[in-house]
Ligand binder design. Structure first.
Ligand code: FAD
Length: 373
């Protein structure tokens, strides 16, 4: 191997930011990626002129101006605002819970009328004391109607468990807005990169000091990599790095069913959540609406998203950050601290649900500790 300063395992957002910043500081970086493409879970691919979010809908949002400026170096963002709609047995409700939702549900017109309705339902449900499960917690926060129509089925599908068996802490708060505002996020900046996310990672990695090798799994040659490279940035699964010696960390997985349809506009919104228990998927994404109907006017691409149990070998989408897993992760983090030449980063390396802006921030913090110490 040519002399590299760093091996970066994983060409997702964390690995790409790190590699880019290292190269800017004159370091030589090799990036290996086990998938056939770069960009990790933010990967988008053009189909019929539409950027398809291959691993689930990705909306960039942040209040961190530094992160926003950073990511804007690599793409121009549009003014997309996440405003999902819920379909409950064919009735459509705006999300997040706001005056539009309340008005659709109950015909109320003012914040006072909506608040009175919610208070009335909470009182009728007679929940008091410490909520013992997710169901009690949700009803205590928002009343029975919204719980039954918009939360219960969706949450049970997501976790593959009954709401009465799920811990209350999963929903400590529910975003409730007494304004007619369907914007899901409260962040200052929000948008979708025009032309998709993949270009962001490609531009980060397009540097003469960076070589990228796809279809390459670190574990096929772990000992060699650890020997041959002075420093390793590892963004794969931390438990796998240690050969699961303390046990397995748990994940939720997803199955995506993507279809190209011969219609111009299938559902009129990028994201529609199916909040009943009977529909097996949690949502349908219609990708062209992320870029305002761009692409073939006679075709559209939709993706149904099915939550799935995870087993070793499946794609690990969401860490299950309950107490058991978090304490197991802490044990792995102790092992990680004993690896002087390996940095563990990103959502799999740190076993944390990171949004994109958080992963960029975390990578920039790692860069600062690594180079500016
Ligand atoms: P990844 O993108 O997973 O990158 C890790 C890379 O390492 C992968 O490419 C993997 O193939 C590779 N790898 C792993 N093991 C090995 C190995 N042994 N050898 C070689 N390569 C390896 N964030 C938002 O901000 N907004 C959203 O709307 C949003 N929606 C999301 C929807 C879904 C369904 C999911 C799952 C996530 C969503 N996110 C969203 C989060 C976002 O995807 C992450 O923040 C981001 O992708 C994390 O980047 P990463 O580099 O840490 O991980």
């Amino acid at each position: 191997d040519k002399q590299y300063d760093y091996l970066v395992v994983g060409a997702g957002l964390f690995g790409a930011v790190f590699a880019h910043e290292a190269a800017l500081r004159g370091k030589r970086v090799k990036v290996i990626e086990k998938r056939a493409h770069v960009a990790g879970n933010i990967y988008t691919k053009e189909v019929a002129g539409i950027q398809v979010h291959q691993y689930g809908a990705h909306i960039f949002h942040t209040s961190d101006r530094e992160v926003w400026n950073y990511v804007n170096q690599f793409a121009e963002f549009n003014r997309y605002t996440n405003s999902p709609v819920a379909n409950y047995h064919g009735h459509m409700y705006n999300l997040p819970f706001n005056m539009n939702t309340f008005s659709e549900l109950w015909g109320v017109r003012t914040p006072a009328e909506a608040a009175a309705k919610i208070a009335e339902q909470k009182a009728a449900a007679k929940v008091s004391g410490q909520p013992r499960n997710l169901e009690e917690q949700a009803i205590a926060l928002i009343g029975t109607d919204i719980y039954h129509k918009l939360i219960k089925g969706y949450t049970e599908k997501q976790w593959g468990q009954k709401a009465t068996e799920l811990p209350a802490f999963i929903i400590r708060r529910l975003p409730v807005r007494y304004t007619y505002d369907n914007n899901y996020f409260n962040d200052t900046y929000q948008g979708i990169p025009i032309g998709g996310y993949t270009q962001i990672v490609e531009k980060m990695l397009a540097h003469p000091e960076i070589d990228v090798e796809t279809n390459t799994d670190f574990f096929a040659n772990k000992a060699h990599y650890l020997n041959a490279y002075p420093r390793v940035v590892f963004t794969g699964m931390i438990d796998q790095f240690f050969n699961y010696q303390l046990g397995e960390l748990a994940y939720r997985s997803l199955r995506f069913e993507t279809e190209t349809l011969p219609v111009g506009n299938y559902q009129g919104n990028a994201v529609i959540n199916y909040t009943d228990a009977e529909t097996p998927y949690t949502r349908i994404i219609e990708h062209k609406h992320f870029e305002f109907g761009k692409g073939d006017p006679e075709q559209t691409v939709i993706t149904r998203e099915y939550p799935a149990n995870w087993q070793r070998g499946d794609e690990p989408y969401y860490p299950v950050n309950n107490q058991t897993n978090n304490s197991l992760y802490k044990q792995y983090a102790k092992l990680a601290a004993q690896e002087p030449n390996v940095i563990f980063g990103g959502r799999l390396g740190q076993y944390r649900y990171y949004d994109m802006h958080q992963v960029i921030h975390a990578a920039l913090v790692t860069v600062a500790t690594e180079f500016d110490k």
